[in-house]
Write a protein of this length. Sequence first.
Length: 154
Amino acid sequence: MTDRPIDPDVDLHVPAQRTEPLRQVLPVIAAGGALGALARYAAQVALPAGPADFPWATFLVNVSGCLLMGVLMVVITEVRRAHRLVRPFLGVGVLGGYTTFSTYAVDVQRTIAEGAPVTGLLYLAGTLAAALAAVTAGMWLTRRAAALTRTGAR
């Protein structure tokens, strides 16, 4: 076990940082969450689904959010040093408000209850597989792009 903090942005051993989430981090997360939720709402309006239909909006939101999370985490942990509020704003706020795995669970339950168990189960497994593939692809593509940028800059 190391002495490194779990969250490198906040060290709770430093008294001044113990109250930091209330003063700075929480408002940043809330602002990002509002933006992400608005983007998710726009997707839901653009791609409505009936009770037994495949919920494409939620599927696309969750998969694209996972792709963007993979990109974000590589950029801020491996490519460049980011301001300490970037991860809470973009990762927890924007992408946390944008993705909606609670709606995913409700959608699965709803499609099965509406007599479309195959759709519900395909959605259940497909979202999980696509989300994991998307976060992995986002990480891989970002690492490749960063390597090409470094190679091209020489």
